[in-house]
Design a protein around this ligand. Structure first.
Ligand SMILES: [Zn+2]
Ligand SMILES: [Zn+2]
Length: 150
């Protein structure tokens, strides 16, 4: 079958690709995580739970976004402590100072191996992020984060 191309869809896909490249560049520019390709089925529990919560919020129309995001595809970040809120990349970066450990709830501290540790998973367009304080990160048996030397 010879389907006619759908210019609207192609433009949308271009926007998605641009948003995705923007997110990748942002992460690399901030030293936030190495690129790892990961099949969705192998995603860690923290990310799968955040996806489920985000999805449930979306279905009941309770998904929120910072005021900088519009309906156009744009890179966004979801923090596991509030998976029902999409952050633009600037707001995401600004949140570092007051984020709490996803395991014990204490302030995670500066995002470094000595301070807190951030795990980042980049999906299409959306960045998923959790932080852990240094103590929880060190005692974890789960695979380490992608931030810094983690
Ligand atoms: Zn924002
Ligand atoms: Zn902790």
């Amino acid at each position: 079958m010879n389907e006619p191309a759908n210019p609207g869809l192609a433009a949308f896909e271009d926007q998605i690709r641009a948003a995705d490249a923007h997110a990748a560049g942002f992460l690399a520019g901030q030293g936030r995580g190495l690129e790892t390709a990961m099949p969705a089925a192998l995603a860690p529990a923290w990310q799968r739970e955040a996806v489920a919560t985000m999805d449930a919020a979306r279905k009941r129309d309770a998904l929120k976004a910072c005021r900088h995001l519009t309906n156009a595809p744009a890179p966004a970040a979801i923090l596991v402590e509030a998976p029902h809120v999409l952050h633009c990349l600037d707001c995401y970066a600004r949140r570092d100072a007051d984020r709490r450990c996803s395991e014990c709830g204490r302030l995670a501290g500066r995002l470094s191996l000595e301070g807190g540790l951030e795990d980042v998973i980049r999906g299409p367009v959306v960045i998923w992020s959790r932080v852990r304080c240094a103590r929880c990160a060190r005692s974890a048996t789960a695979p380490g984060g992608t931030f810094g030397n983690g």
